[in-house]
Write a protein that binds this ligand. Structure first.
Ligand code: C5P
Length: 248
């Protein structure tokens, strides 16, 4: 999303139902104005070039990464995209240590290194206000304690992209796509070669994480169409569009 590519009212009306956002289009646009006055999100991904092959690793948070020893393979990619609370410290052997982009929304936020780009996925109007606070510029040469990302390294996902993935890729199954699946589809646009790691539920059908013990055994795949998403990723692999490194 950028100043030039702002959502239409139709995009907004679909998006606001995802989290029962009570704000109207006017408030939403005002909020966006202040966002674009403060930060300049990187608007466009680079066009493909025949002389360059940008390889990307998309790293989901599945427990199937535990014991996988995928770390060095993940780090060998030009770009490594991590998601939500996905972390590396203490898990380097299995998940690697490099992070080029980190996908987040306020509830899943983690503090980022100054060199990591934020891929911000907004789900409600107030998420933009959070982004403004979280991107506070350096104060007195030190990082503000509330600052979680470098304001010069940010991209904001366009609501129309979420709608497109929901309608076209998942044929309207589930409430809306997971952050992980949105990231996989986005990576097909950003990268020349995509490898996917850390996707897949455990044997009980739950989306457990490699970095924690699962407490809620009824979580399943949240409101997301987990099985559809997994099948689509597997299909892309079988059709040689991506490499899918499965676990378990
Ligand atoms: O759970 P969380 O949303 O933080 O995980 C990031 C993404 O990784 C999810 O949105 C989902 O697409 C994927 N995931 C998965 N299998 C799991 C855990 C997460 O496919 N067991």
């Amino acid at each position: 999303m950028s100043l030039k590519h702002k959502p239409s009212e139709e995009d907004f009306n679909w998006w606001k139902l995802l989290q029962r956002d009570k704000q109207n289009f006017t408030v939403y646009n005002k909020t966006l104005e202040s966002v674009f006055q403060t930060i300049t999100p990187i608007a466009d991904v680079e066009e493909p070039r025949p002389d360059r092959c940008r390889s990307c690793a998309v790293v989901g948070n599945s427990g199937n990464l535990r014991g996988s020893h995928y770390g060095p393979m993940i780090d060998a990619h030009d770009i490594v995209i991590r998601i939500n609370r996905g972390r590396t410290k203490g898990y380097e052997t299995d998940v690697g240590s490099k992070t080029t982009y980190h996908v987040m929304y306020p509830e899943s936020a983690a503090r980022l290194e100054n060199t990591t780009s934020l891929l911000f996925f907004p789900f409600k109007t107030s998420d933009f206000l959070w982004l403004l606070k979280a991107s506070n510029p350096r104060q007195n040469g030190t990082r503000n304690s509330k600052m979680i990302a470098n304001k010069d390294l940010m991209m904001i996902l366009h609501p129309a992209f979420m709608k497109y993935v929901h309608e076209v890729w998942l044929r309207r199954k589930g409430a809306y796509p997971s952050t992980g699946f949105l990231t996989v589809v986005l990576s097909l646009l950003m990268c020349d070669e995509v490898s996917v790691f850390g996707f897949g539920a455990d044997s009980d059908g739950n989306w457990s994480h490699y970095f924690e013990i699962l407490r809620n055994k009824k979580i399943k795949t949240g409101g997301h169409p987990g099985q559809e998403e997994y099948k689509m990723i597997d299909k892309l692999h079988k059709r040689k569009k991506i490499y899918f490194f499965k676990g378990w």
